[in-house]
Each structure stands twice: as C-alpha cells, then as structure tokens.
Design a protein around this ligand. Structure first.
Ligand SMILES: Cc1ncc(COP(=O)(O)O)c(C=O)c1O
Length: 394
C-alpha cells in the first residue's frame, strides 16, 4: 500500500487559502470546513480547531472548570504535554500508574489517586491504543469527574467499536508532524457537549463574547462598533491559522487512507516480533483496534542492553529506534518543581521515584519502532531487519 503524505489536495487547499489573502471575510474558511469535516469523520457533534495539541488540552481543562489548586489525574508514561497542560491551567498533575501489559493508565490506579480536590482525568491513548474507557468512565461518574481523552496518537483507533474521540467528555488530537494526520503543527478537540463546545471556542478565542459554537470569529460589524465589548471572560489566542486549516482539512478528508497505511505498517512490524520471547509488544485487548502511531515493545532480555539492540538494528540498516519518554514526573522540571511560579501551589506534592512503580519498571525497557511509512514495502524492509536483529541476539 502506498499513500502520499502530502498530496495534491493539501497543495490545492493551501493555495486556495493563500489566494484569499487572509482578508477578514476569507479568513477561517478552511478552519471552519475542517471543524465540520473532523466532527463528521469522528462522529461527534462538534470539533474546535487549535494551534496545537497542547493548547487543546489546556483549554479543555479550563472549559471543564479546572482551575487553581485542583487535581487532575494523568499517566506519567506519555509525552509531557498531557501534564504540562494541567500546569498551564494552574492545576496539579497527579500521576496514576499504568498497566504492565498495555502501558496505559488504568481505572483501578486512577481511583486510588482520587481526592476531594480531583476535578478531571486525562487518559492517553498511548501509541494508538485506547485505555479501558468503560471502566474509566464508570470511575469518573462515581466521583463526578470530567474525562478528557488525549488522542494525539490515536486517529481511528477504536474501543468496543467506538472511535477514539467519542467516549470522553472532550477529546484532544494533535496534527504535529509525527502524527497520523499533520499540518506541521495543529490540534483539534471533539465533544458532544454544547457547553464544553462553547467554552472551548470562547477560551481559545480570547474570551470574545460575540462568538458562539457556530460563529467562530468576530465580524467586521462587531469591531466597527465603538461600543462593542469584546471580552466576556479571560481567554487565550489559540486559534488555528487558515492555511494550516487548509492542510489539516485535506488530511482529514484523507484520514482513512493515511491511517490505513500506518496501521498496516504497524502490523507488519509487530508480526516480525512473533516467536521472540524477550520482545513483548504492547498488548492489544480484543475489544480494541490499535491505530499504531508507533509499535512499542518491552525488551526483557537481561543480556542485551537497550543501546546494543539499537546499534545492531541500525548496523543492519534499521531506521532507528526511539525510547519511551522519561516519565513526566522524573523530568528535571518536575523533580525540581520549576513551574514558572506555580510551585507555591505544590508545597504538599513531591515528584520523584516511587510514585508509579510499574511505569518506572517498563519505561527503561521500551523500544518504539516508527510506523510512518507511506509505502508499506518500507515497513516490510524494516521488519526483515528487525527479524535479523532478533536472530543475531538469539
Ligand atoms: C500523547 C500526546 N499528547 C499531547 C501531545 C501534544 O501535541 P502537540 O505537539 O500538537 O502540542 C502529543 C504530541 O506531540 C502527544 O503525543
């Protein structure tokens, strides 16, 4: 299978957007089309476009009413934006451990971390696999918490037949360069909830009062009125540029083919691991379809170091192996609480080893293989190299 990462359609829409000269009446045409198309593809009532998939999380938290000193439960094994967004909202990230087989945050571990200050949970569909959403939603319901899916890595992954982005109260996606769909940078939030949709729009649009879910932008009539009062509440400028929206729209229209190629590549690479007892892939429960942002495995052979395996793989022509991120709470910014003044909120919180033992055990063992091949024959070549690397060490 072959697909074009950036096709004629992206170029056509980008040029059309540019030909509008960013004039007020032309601006945001493509962003508006993107929001409609994305919501339709995922199957939600609304979607709101953003500058990136971190601003999405920050805004979703604020739309949910999360604020100063509230606690938000997050996994430590993920890209740190999940937790940085919590700090942006002046709230406190509380880390819940992951499941050893799926590497995903679990409902059981979430429940252990709930206190009277907990307001929300961000559950990450890590590497393209959704967590046990029924169990997480049940915990959230029992404790009155908002659930935000972080689906930055999970386009068209499913849980019990439901697409990523349709179960939580709000769901965040990223269009950053490594993602299934990309516009270089960019993000989008889906929701079925009218109030959250309006808040997402307002908070990401400078708190303008005259915008609404349907009316994304203020008009000339608004701003040519000297008595026009703009800001009904605090907001940020997190709006997506229209030329970025043009590229993201084309990618959204091509979502199925782009994801299919990536999923196929993921399966090819994962198949290469079969029969190897010391490389254990992320476990995909029967009720899930994995979207394979990456193929991730634990290496549990004490005789091989992470670096030796990668070196051999590269020597044989491999494309490189990524490590899992450091656990967020072990990053220096967290260990040393360098939070741009917010550390005063955190006097009673300590970040360091021991918080999430399973995540601490698996993170150093993990190897991530890339899946963003746009010709699956390249994934096949990589799979052969992976098999040779395994045989070398066997
Ligand atoms: C799980 C996860 N959450 C959030 C983000 C942040 O997205 P962005 O880079 O668009 O801000 C990313 C990726 O970059 C991610 O992988």
């Amino acid at each position: 299978m072959k697909v074009e990462r950036i096709s004629e359609l992206e170029r056509k829409y980008a040029l059309q957007s540019l030909s509008g000269q960013f004039e007020t009446h032309n601006n945001y045409i493509f962003v508006t089309r993107l929001e409609k198309a994305f919501a339709e593809k995922i199957g939600t009532k609304y979607s709101v476009a953003f500058v990136n998939g971190t601003a999405t999380l920050h805004t979703a938290l604020e739309a949910a009413g999360v604020g100063i000193g509230d606690e938000v439960i997050v996994p430590p094994l993920t890209m740190s934006s999940t937790s940085l967004a919590v700090l942006q909202a002046n709230a406190i990230p509380v880390f819940a451990d992951v499941d050893e087989r799926t590497f995903l945050i679990s409902a059981e571990e979430i429940e252990k971390k709930i206190t009277f200050k907990t307001k929300a949970i961000i559950c990450v569909s890590l590497y393209g696999l959704m967590p046990d959403m029924d169990a997480i939603m049940a915990v959230a319901k029992r404790h009155g918490l908002v659930v935000i899916e972080d689906d930055a890595q999970c386009f068209l992954g499913t849980y019990k037949g439901k697409k990523a982005g349709t179960i939580g109260d709000m769901s965040s996606f990223s269009f950053q360069a490594s993602k299934h769909l990309t516009s270089g940078e960019g993000g989008i939030v889906t929701t079925d909830n009218d109030d959250f949709a309006l808040q997402l729009r307002r908070i990401s649009g400078l708190g303008y009062g005259s915008i609404s879910i349907k009316k994304a932008r203020i008009t000339k009539d608004d701003i040519q009125d000297p008595n026009y009062e703009r800001h009904v509440a605090l907001g940020w400028n997190y709006r997506m540029s229209d030329v970025v929206g043009a590229v993201a729209l084309a990618q959204t229209e091509r979502m199925e083919e782009l994801c299919a190629c990536r999923i196929e590549s993921g399966k090819i690479l994962e198949d290469a691991l079969s029969g190897c007892s010391w490389l254990i892939p992320q476990y995909t429960p029967a009720e899930c379809v994995h979207a394979y942002w990456s193929v991730s495995v634990r290496m549990v052979n004490p005789n091989i170091t992470w670096y030796d395996f990668r070196r051999k793989f590269m020597e044989l022509g491999g494309d490189g192996i990524y490590a899992a991120w450091q656990l967020t709470y072990l990053e220096p910014a967290f260990r040393n609480k360098r939070f741009l003044g917010r550390e005063t909120l955190m006097e009673n919180y300590t970040y360091g080893r021991g918080l999430c033992p399973v995540a601490e055990k698996v993170q150093p063992q993990m190897l991530q293989f890339k899946t963003n091949y746009f010709d699956t024959s390249e994934a096949e070549t990589q799979a052969e190299i992976l098999k040779k690397t395994i045989s070398y060490f066997n």
